[in-house]
Design a protein. Structure first.
Length: 78
């Protein structure tokens, strides 16, 4: 089901326990607790990564995590 996230909800989706549709109950739709994206952002922040979300209502949502490459020096040979 590709529902997407309405633009007014996007600034809030990384807040703990935030659910765009609080009317959904666990019985109707086993939706999440609102922790997944806040945990993903915390992990991304710990690794100096960026997490980006783009969404079109009625079309779906894309979440991207961008990690920096670690520059590795040449191994030393003794």
């Amino acid at each position: 089901m590709a529902s997407g996230i309405a633009p007014e909800h996007l600034p809030l989706i990384f807040e703990r326990f935030y659910r765009a549709d609080p009317g959904r109950t666990r019985g109707e739709d086993p939706g999440g607790t609102g922790l997944g994206l806040s945990i993903a952002k915390w992990i991304a922040d710990c690794h100096a990564a960026r997490i980006e979300v783009s969404s079109l209502p009625g079309r779906g949502t894309t979440v991207q995590v961008r990690l920096s490459l670690l520059e590795v020096s040449e191994p030393r040979v003794s």
